[in-house]
Design a protein around this ligand. Structure first.
Ligand SMILES: [Zn+2]
Length: 311
């Protein structure tokens, strides 16, 4: 029996799954903290790959989904949020030297799009957009049955499009990006500021409420909390309208914890789509759905990289 190893490296948690050569159901999935006090993050990762290696069996390849910008052509992690020492880390070379098998590497949100296309809600769609809305906003695009990578592998940074010039500061340092308007922390910050300004709400005026707490308050009829989500949903809808105009997909898949708030975010998003789209033709038969793969989308995308040797 031969296997593939798929790895999803998160800022806090890393998962390694061992898949049979022809299947998409792992025989085991191991999780561990990405950061470790005794060892470097890289040493820790290498040790965990060792511990997941199937006994008396061949491993055909390793697929890796890494956070932050990566160079998928050269197999380099350019910068990983929360892992400062991984600055231009040649991860593919390191893993190939150590384990003597082919290694493929991609950005986690790009690979989530690939995972959904191959195994999830994107099956059968030649053109799709995947957007994850959580602490940040990431994305991936399948165009004409190929994962869009761009000249340097940096394509589809869907969270860093400018929606509101001079708007709030984004994690990247620029102002008014989608991520600074519609991510979980963006919703929290906006609501906290409104509370500070004396707006009435059932939310505590002490500290900053989390997006989850705001979602609960919104479902309980709190107007300020509802506004927090409708504002975020509208900006997301405006951004999505732009993406529809550029890529004309037949499916839009939403992942990430904030997207799980469902109608609170999706209804204002849909309203914005109707309002800003230049032709209803973009919306005919458009599938708009939450990610069925959820947290596994990146992991499944890492597997898809290995199954599709040309990617
Ligand atoms: Zn940004």
């Amino acid at each position: 029996m031969s296997y593939y190893l798929a790895i999803d490296i998160g800022g806090t948690r890393t998962r390694i799954a061992c898949f049979p050569e022809t299947g998409d159901t792992p025989i085991k999935v191991n999780r561990f903290d990405t950061k470790c006090v005794e060892k470097t993050t890289l040493e820790q990762l290498l040790d965990f790959i060792d511990s997941c290696w199937p006994e008396d069996a061949q491993v055909l390849g390793i697929g890796v989904a890494a956070p932050g910008p990566v160079d998928p052509y050269e197999g380099i992690v350019i910068e990983a949020p929360n892992i400062p020492e991984w600055d231009r880390l040649p991860l593919r070379e390191i893993l190939e030297d150590r384990f003597k098998v082919p290694v493929k590497l991609g950005n986690d949100a790009n690979l989530a799009a690939l995972g959904e296309w191959q195994y999830g809600a994107g099956k059968g769609h030649s053109h799709l957009i995947y957007i994850t809305v959580s602490t940040g906003i990431g994305g991936g695009v399948i165009s004409d049955n190929r994962l869009l990578l761009g000249e340097r592998g940096l394509a589809a940074e869907l969270g860093h499009v400018t929606i509101l010039p001079n708007g709030p500061v984004c994690s990247c340092g620029q102002r008014g990006h989608l991520e600074a308007l519609s991510s979980g922390p963006a919703i929290s910050k906006w609501v906290a500021n409104e509370l500070k300004n004396g707006n009435t709400s059932i939310l505590s005026k002490e500290g900053t409420p989390t997006a989850e707490e705001i979602a609960i308050a919104a479902r309980n009829g709190d107007k300020l909390a509802q506004s927090g989500f409708s504002r975020a949903g509208e900006y997301l809808g405006i951004a999505l309208t732009n993406f529809l105009h550029i890529f004309n997909p037949s499916a839009v898949i939403l992942g990430g914890g904030v997207a799980q708030s469902g109608a609170l975010l999706i209804e204002p998003l849909k309203k914005a789509l109707q309002e800003y789209i230049i032709s209803p033709k973009y919306l005919v038969d458009l599938t708009l759905t939450l990610s069925p793969l959820g947290d596994n989308a990146g992991l499944m995308g890492a597997l898809a990289l290995l199954h599709k040797a040309d990617r």
